[in-house]
Write a protein of this length. Structure first.
Length: 333
């Protein structure tokens, strides 16, 4: 553990996990907290509930495909959705810098309201703080959410051969933030994939019993998310490089910037681990959902290796894909 917090401690990768385990789990860890993935799932009065919280510090505040307000709502809804829950209620707390433009604040609030209306989720509580100029960069938002876990869904142990589905092209949010932050002029349309995932859960409700686990690959990207699942399951992952959906423009920008798309955040994609025998049927059903047309099977789990992710490359070799270690792009969400 380092002596001081650095930016890489917040990128969602190896050093974030170390900070959480060495500081927070050490002092207030409990079974519900340490066993959680994207949300805590617990029983209350014969209902299974999911509860999650997240803070948003994205820079810039507005970007193609979204803004900090839409991102805050979708991010929390998605953490509930990948836990198999129907999102119901959110809290919304804002920390605002003195002198922040009211028109900009109104625009963000309108975006939050629109995202809630489109998903049927209600904000029922919140908090507002204003701090001295220079104490915060414009505005930071925290949202918490609660939902009811659907009866059809139970996370299950992963076994040899289980398939990995991704519900669309990767790295689109992280790349969009990089393009906007560094004022890169490029041809073609690049925009964040920021969108809610609860519609996927609703459409797949009858087939949720064939799904082992779900996760949204936000900070740390697909690579880090799969490493987390591999570690928890004590199974290995074999990825097929040719099968991973990446738009040409996204790939080109990342090559130019020296970034790896596998580690860049998605804000509207879901990783689904499904039974091998049902994975193709699930994939066809997912492809019919708006925004998921580019869904594909990108790999499978294996018992031949433990807690590691391997990539079968286009040239026929294999390479280890570890969790994010270096801070590629801070403040992406």
């Amino acid at each position: 553990m380092e002596n001081a917090v650095t930016l890489r401690c917040g990128d969602g990768g190896k050093y974030t996990n170390s900070l959480i385990k060495d500081v927070f789990y050490r002092h207030f860890g409990n079974e519900l907290l340490t066993n959680s993935m994207d949300a805590a799932v617990f029983d209350l009065n014969k209902e299974r509930l999911a509860f999650t919280t997240d803070s948003f510090v994205v820079k810039p505040l507005f970007f193609p495909g979204g803004d900090i307000g839409k991102l805050a709502v979708c991010g929390t809804i998605n953490d509930l959705s990948v836990s198999g829950a129907k999102p119901l209620y959110l809290s919304c707390s804002v920390i605002i810098e003195e002198g922040f433009d009211i028109k900009t604040l109104t625009k963000i609030a309108e975006s939050i309201g629109d995202a809630c209306k489109k998903t049927g989720v209600k904000i029922i509580t919140g908090d507002t703080k204003v701090v001295e100029k220079g104490s915060v960069d414009g505005i930071f938002i925290n949202t918490s959410g609660i939902g009811v876990v659907l009866e059809e869904y139970n996370s299950k142990p992963i076994i040899d051969g289980d398939c990995i589905i991704i519900t669309g092209g990767i790295a689109e949010h992280g790349t969009t933030i990089a393009v906007e932050r560094y004022n890169i002029n490029i041809e073609g349309k690049i925009q964040s994939d920021c969108m809610p995932l609860n519609n996927i859960i609703e459409k797949l409700q009858k087939n949720l019993k064939y799904i082992k686990i779900m996760k949204d690959p936000t900070r740390g990207g697909v690579a880090t998310a799969l490493n987390e699942i591999a570690e928890k399951s004590n199974m290995g992952v074999i990825l097929n490089e040719e099968s991973i959906p990446i738009e040409k423009e996204i790939k080109s920008v990342n090559e130019m910037l020296g970034l790896d798309p596998l580690y860049l955040a998605c804000e509207g994609r879901m990783i689904i681990v499904a039974e091998k025998q049902k994975s193709k049927d699930l994939l066809e059903e997912i492809k019919c959902i708006t925004g998921c047309e580019n869904s594909t099977i990108i790999g499978n789990f294996t018992c031949d290796i433990k807690s590691k992710v391997l990539m079968e490359t286009v040239i026929g070799g294999k390479r280890i894909i570890g969790p994010l270690e270096e801070n590629l792009l801070p403040r992406i969400c």
